[in-house]
Design a protein around this ligand. Sequence first.
Ligand SMILES: NC(=O)c1ccc[n+]([C@@H]2O[C@H](COP(=O)([O-])OP(=O)(O)OC[C@H]3O[C@@H](n4cnc5c(N)ncnc54)[C@H](O)[C@@H]3O)[C@@H](O)[C@H]2O)c1
Length: 426
Amino acid sequence: MEELRLNYPVKPLGTRTRRELTVAVLGAGSRGFEYTEYGKLFPGTLRVVAVADVNAARRDRMGDRWGLPADRRFGDFHELLAAGEKGRLADILIVSLPDDLHFEPAMEAMRQGYDILLEKPMAQTEQECRALLKRQHETGVMVAVGHVLRYAPYFLALKAAIDDGLIGTLVSIQHQEPVQFAHMAHSFVRGNWRDSKATTPMIVAKCCHDLDILKWLVGRPCVRATAEGNIALFKEANAPAGAPARCTDGCPHEADCPYSAIDIYARRRWHLHVFDLNRDSPEEAILEKLRTTGYGRCVYRCDNDQPDHIVATFLFEGGVTASFTMDAFTPWGGRRTRVMGTRGYIEGDGTTFTVYDFKKGTKASWTFDPAASNYKDNGHAGGDLALVRDFLEAVDTRDFSKLSSSLDASVDSHVMGFACERSRNR
Ligand SMILES: NC(=O)c1ccc[n+]([C@@H]2O[C@H](COP(=O)([O-])OP(=O)(O)OC[C@H]3O[C@@H](n4cnc5c(N)ncnc54)[C@H](O)[C@@H]3O)[C@@H](O)[C@H]2O)c1
């Protein structure tokens, strides 16, 4: 089969804005830090001028990085918003707080006139999503939702290949989100997203990116969504005999358990940022966290309710169908996608996709190479910083069309997720 290369150019990061835009940050954890680093990578684009975080170490890490005075370092997010009552503290507000603290600050910040980068999920219920949209329409501020995959060069090129008709007319899509076994245990069994009621159901909390990508690739409204899924493994009934409450309590199965917290955090040294530790931290400091936080718990003895596997189907206007699976039990994360058209087929792994043409008998590939652009190796295949780039451009020019993940666009994919959850629980 003749092998070709597709040429979809990658838009570089670091586009100049007419002026440096000022940013206030609610939640200086992983996401808040990652987004604002754009201003350090590309000086003159954004500058952090205020931060709120209840965690003093994180607040000061960001405060020190940007040289903020004491009166611009806030604890609870309400304090920063109260300080903005007499006039906004910045052009932009980044809301990178936990899932249950998105709706309230976003509603208030819109009232105060901030343009907002709002982390996903935008809110915890469909009603709240619609209330956000209503307020955004009333206030006319710009809101970008953290659907970073839309900005990743790989997904942009994949969408261009479909829109350019390389596979004829789109008929159906198979999309998989492999979560990775240890990531599942870390975030959705032991960690912050384990309780669907305190955060959002898995299909929204983890998979709203994927539902959003499906809807975006198809380019038409979704008219029906269904889902199945449950907890196959992470429940009390599966606890092996003699397993104690914590891996650090001398569990007889520790050496053989793929989900051992000692293995994941202390030996492999994964996910240590939640403890504000890193790969070079002493083992004793990590073990102490496992003895004293939820991350040391036996995966069969947690207060988790998120399914570890989901199968969902979608019908879009015009008849296009999509199937989606979220799978905890995989060795890697990322995304895998197959796209079926009337004249061809696409298979992609999140970095490379290949287009097969039925009539010509050719296959043509496209690969995202961060080293060949100025993306370096940053989050979500370049999507994190590319979202910041496009958001800054949109705010700078007041051109809403530069913003792919607007609230209008993002409400739909959240609604698809809530519909799936209703279907799964019916
Ligand atoms: N777009 C994506 O791909 C993506 C990826 C991961 C997480 N997220 C979302 O981003 C959000 C933040 O996730 P994260 O991983 O950065 O979490 P994080 O825990 O690292 O950061 C959240 C920060 O908020 C602070 N905080 C909590 N309550 C507060 C309050 N009342 N006032 C001020 N600060 C408060 C915490 O101390 C913490 O530092 C979550 O909603 C998450 O679902 C999005």
